[in-house]
Write a protein that binds this ligand. Structure first.
Ligand code: SF4
Length: 716
C-alpha cells in the first residue's frame, strides 16, 4: 500500500445494520473522478468506500476520497441566506425570498446603469455540469455578457489555448486505463502521486510492467523516484527544454515524416523557430546536461507508444502557453497522437473542471466549444434559448474580472463555489478589488475567506446532497447522487440558479422560460446544446458507469482516443506553432534570492475549505514550507523552525520542512492554509494569451521568525 499512515475512515459507529444507507456517487475532490459509495447511519456520515470494480479507479481510493468527506457535516456549513444591506453593516440572516429579491433588484439596477459587461460570473469546477450550464446561460442569455469563467483560468487555460489552436480540443486525448499501454511516459510539472494519486499509482504500475518514465520537474517529487530520467530543470525554462528536445529529434532524423506530411501544417516555420535551441544552448538555460536532453529525446521519439502528461508545473507560468505549445509540437513532429497509449494529456485538477469548460463556462465559447464570435453558432443558441441577440464579443476571464474590478469596469460579481481570496495571486490586490464592488454575491457550501466580502451569501447543497453529473479528466461523464438532505435552508445550486434566472429574466423584461424541475431536465437540454459531444449520453446510460465524450448518439459507445480520424480543425490537419521562451518575470536578486514554487500536498485540496474540515486536517495539520538543506544551513534554519517567507507583496509565517524535495534556491509553499496563504506572496503577472497567473516563479527571501508562536495561534 502506498500510504504509510493508519487510515482513519470510521467517522462514527453505525447503530444497527438496518440503520445504514449507502449511495453510489463520484468523489468531489480531484479530476480522476473515482467512483465511491458513501455510507450514512441515521443521516450521519459513517464511512466511504470505493464503488465496485468500475473505471476509473477499479476499487481503489486515495486518502482524500477515504478521509476527506467530513466537511459535509462541518459546523462551517452555510445554512441560511445572508444579506448586507449597507457596506458598513454586518451580514444578516434572511429568508430565500428576501435574499433573492435583494440580489436580483440590485443586479438588474447595475445592468441598467452600467450595461451587461459591468458584471462578472464565476462558475464552479466543483459544481455539476448542469449547474455550470445554467450559470453561463444566465450570463449570456439573461444578462447579455460573456464575462463568465471558472478556475480552469488558473490551472489549464494555457493547455486550452495551445491544444485548441493546434489540434482543436484541450482535453486528454487518451484514457487513464491506457497508461498501461504506454511504452514511454513524459510527465511534466506534476507531482502526480500526491495530487492525482490513483493516476500516479497507475503510472507506477506501468513502470513495474516495463514502461519507461521521464519526469520533468525542478522538485524531487515522489513520482520522480520511479523515473528512469528525472530532468530537474531551472524553474521556468520548460519551453527551452522542449524546443531543445524538438530540435535534437529533427537533427537526429527521428521525426515522423509520413505523419507530418499527411497531418501537420507549419513544419518549416516551426523548424526555423527551434534553430537557436542547440543542445549547448538548452543545457545553458535549463541546467540539464546535453546528454540528458539527448537521452530524453531519444526515449520519447523512438517509443512505439509515447504519451505526454502535464499539470500545473507546466501551465502556471507567464509563459505557460508556450510551455504547453512546445509539448504539443513534440507530439506532432513525432506523430504521437490518435493511437492507443499515444497522445497529449493535460491532467485536470478539480473534480469537474473538464465539465465546467465543456458546459461553456468560459468567456469565448458556448457549450461544446462553439465560438461566441461566430454568428452561425450564436444563431443556434439564440434559437435554443429563445433570445433575440446574444453578446458577440469575447468576455473577460477570472483574472481579468478581478483586474477589471480594481479599475471600476466591473461593478457586480455573482460567484458560485470559488474562493478568489485564496486562489487568485497577490491577495492584497484581490482584497482591494472585492472592496470596490457595488454587489458581490457568493453562493457556496462553506464559509471561507471570500464570503466575508459578500453582500449576499446563498447557502448551497454539497455534492452529497444533490443529483447531477461531473466530467472527469479523461472525458467520462459520471453521476453524482443525493444521499442526504442539505443542512438548514441550503439548496442545490441548480435550483438556486433556476430561480435567479427566472427572477432576473422577469426583472429585465425578457420572456425566457426558467422552470427546470430536475438536473436531468437540464442535462437533456445540454445534450441538445452540444449534440456532437453529449447527445448519446443519457442519465439512464450512465447509471452504473460513465461514458466518455464525444458520444453523438445513443448507440455510440463513447470515445477512448481523440484524433484517430484526423484533428478537430476545419482542415482536419494539426498546426505547429513556434513556442517562444520568455524568462521568468521576477528573477531572484540580492534582496529576494530564492524562487517561490506553490502547489498541493497529498492530504489537502486547494484552499483547504473542504479538506481542512475533515479527518485530513489530523493527517497534515499545519503548513510546512519545504526548504532545501543547503538553503536551510545558509539561513540558519533547522527542521520545524518557524520561518518568515517574504516577497515584494507580503509575508507569511510557517514551519520549515528541511528536505531535498526542494532543489537548492527554491522554496515550496503548499496553497491550502488560509492563515499563511501562499498567494499573499505570488505575483499578479499573467500569460498574455491564456491570462493564467505566474504561480510558480516569484522571488522571495526566508528568515527565522521572531513572532512565530503568535502566528501559529492565528485563527483559521
Ligand atoms: Fe478522490 Fe481524486 Fe483521490 Fe480519486 S484520486 S479518491 S477522485 S481525490
Amino acid at each position: 500500500m502506498y500510504y504509510k499512515f493508519k487510515d482513519v475512515v470510521v467517522v462514527e459507529e453505525a447503530k444497527t445494520k438496518n440503520d445504514i444507507r449507502k449511495v453510489h456517487t463520484t468523489c468531489p475532490y480531484c479530476g480522476v473522478g473515482c467512483q465511491i459509495e458513501i455510507y450514512f447511519s441515521s443521516d450521519r456520515l459513517f464511512k466511504v468506500e470505493a464503488f465496485d470494480e468500475v473505471p476509473p479507479n477499479y476499487g481503489a481510493l486515495c486518502v482524500k476520497g477515504k478521509n476527506g468527506l467530513g466537511f459535509i457535516e462541518s459546523d462551517r456549513r452555510i445554512t441560511q441566506p445572508l444579506i448586507r444591506r449597507k457596506k458598513d453593516r454586518d451580514l444578516e440572516p434572511v429568508n430565500w425570498d428576501v435574499a433573492l429579491d435583494f440580489m436580483v433588484r440590485r443586479l438588474a439596477d447595475i445592468i441598467k446603469r452600467y450595461g451587461p459587461d459591468s458584471t462578472g460570473f464565476f462558475s464552479s469546477a466543483k459544481a455539476t455540469n448542469e449547474e455550470n450550464y445554467l450559470m453561463q446561460k444566465i450570463a449570456r442569455s439573461v444578462v447579455g455578457t460573456n464575462n463568465v469563467d471558472h478556475c480552469a483560468r488558473l490551472c489549464h487555460s494555457t493547455s486550452g489555448v495551445a491544444m485548441g489552436r493546434s489540434v482543436g480540443a484541450g482535453a486528454m486525448t487518451n484514457t487513464i486505463e491506457e497508461i498501461q499501454a504506454n511504452d514511454v511516459m513524459l510527465i511534466v510539472g506534476s507531482n502526480i502521486l500526491d495530487t492525482y494519486p490513483i493516476i500516479g499509482i497507475q503510472m507506477k504500475k506501468a513502470v513495474q510492467n516495463g514502461a519507461r518514465m521521464i519526469v520533468v520537474d525542478p522538485r524531487n517529487t515522489t513520482i520522480a523516484r520511479y523515473a528512469e530520467l528525472h530532468l530537474g530543470l531551472r524553474p521556468g525554462s520548460d519551453t527551452v527544454l522542449f524546443n531543445g528536445i524538438g530540435r535534437y529529434i529533427v537533427d537526429a532524423g527521428l521525426q515522423n515524416n509520413t505523419f507530418i506530411e499527411k497531418n501537420v501544417k507549419g513544419f518549416d516555420e516551426w523548424l526555423k523557430s527551434v534553430e537557436l535551441y542547440t543542445l549547448e544552448y538548452t543545457e545553458k538555460i535549463t541546467g540539464i546536461s546535453a546528454e540528458d536532453v539527448r537521452k530524453a529525446a531519444e526515449m520519447y521519439a523512438r517509443a512505439e507508444r509515447g504519451a505526454i502528461y502535464w499539470a500545473m508545473g507546466a501551465t502556471q507560468h507567464a509563459g505557460g502557453t508556450d510551455n504547453v505549445q512546445s509539448l504539443v509540437n513534440l507530439a506532432l513532429i513525432t506523430g504521437k497522437l490518435g493511437k492507443r497509449g499515444t497522445g497529449l494529456n493535460p491532467i485536470r485538477g478539480q473534480n469537474n473542471v473538464q465539465g465546467a469548460g465543456d458546459m461553456g463556462a468560459l468567456p469565448n465559447v458556448f457549450p461544446g466549444g462553439g465560438n461566441v464570435t461566430d454568428s452561425n453558432v450564436r444563431r443556434y443558441y439564440e434559437g435554443l434559448w429563445g433570445v433575440e441577440r446574444l453578446p458577440e464579443n469575447i468576455g473577460l476571464g477570472l483574472t481579468d474580472i478581478i483586474e477589471g474590478t480594481r479599475v471600476g469596469r466591473i461593478k457586480a460579481i455573482y460567484l458560485m463555489g470559488e474562493d478568489p481570496m485564496t486562489s487568485e495571486p497577490y491577495q492584497d490586490h484581490v482584497t482591494d478589488a472585492l472592496n470596490t464592488l457595488e454587489l458581490f454575491v457568493v453562493q457556496d457550501i462553506l464559509l471561507n475567506e471570500t464570503t466575508s466580502y459578500a453582500d449576499v451569501v446563498l447557502p448551497a447543497a454539497c455534492f452529497a446532497e444533490k443529483d447531477g453529473t461531473f466530467i472527469n479528466t479523461d472525458r467520462r461523464v459520471q453521476r453524482i447522487r443525493k444521499a442526504v438532505e442539505p443542512p438548514g435552508e441550503a439548496r442545490p445550486d441548480w435550483e438556486i440558479l433556476s430561480e435567479v434566472g427566472r427572477r432576473l429574466s422577469v426583472k429585465l423584461n425578457k420572456q425566457q422560460k426558467w422552470d427546470y424541475n430536475s438536473p436531468e431536465e437540464v442535462w437533456n437540454e445540454v445534450r441538445n446544446a452540444s449534440p456532437s459531444l453529449f447527445k448519446g449520453i443519457s442519465y439512464a446510460r450512465i447509471e452504473s458507469k460513465g461514458v466518455r465524450w464525444p458520444c453523438p448518439a445513443e448507440e455510440h459507445p463513447g470515445t477512448e482516443d481523440l484524433f484517430v480520424e484526423g484533428f478537430n480543425t476545419p482542415s482536419k490537419k494539426a498546426q505547429l506553432f513556434p513556442a517562444e521562451y520568455s524568462p521568468p518575470v521576477e528573477i531572484p536578486d540580492e534582496k529576494y534570492p530564492l524562487v517561490l514554487n506553490t502547489g498541493r500536498v497529498l492530504f489537502h485540496w486547494h484552499g483547504g475549505t473542504m479538506s481542512r474540515r475533515s479527518k485530513l486536517a489530523e493527517l497534515y495539520p499545519e503548513l510546512l514550507v519545504e526548504v532545501n538543506p543547503n538553503d536551510a544551513e545558509r539561513y540558519g534554519i533547522r527542521d520545524k523552525d518557524y520561518i518568515n517567507v517574504v516577497s515584494r507583496r507580503g509575508q507569511i509565517t510557517a514551519r520549515a520542512k528541511v528536505t531535498d524535495r526542494s532543489p537548492e534556491g527554491v522554496v515550496f509553499v503548499p496553497i491550502h492554509f488560509v492563515e499563511a496563504p501562499a498567494n499573499r506572496l505570488t505575483l499578479n503577472v499573467y500569460d498574455h494569451k491564456a491570462r493564467i497567473p505566474e504561480y510558480k516563479n516569484s522571488a522571495v527571501r526566508i528568515m527565522l521568525s521572531r513572532d512565530a508562536v503568535a502566528k501559529k495561534k492565528e485563527s483559521f
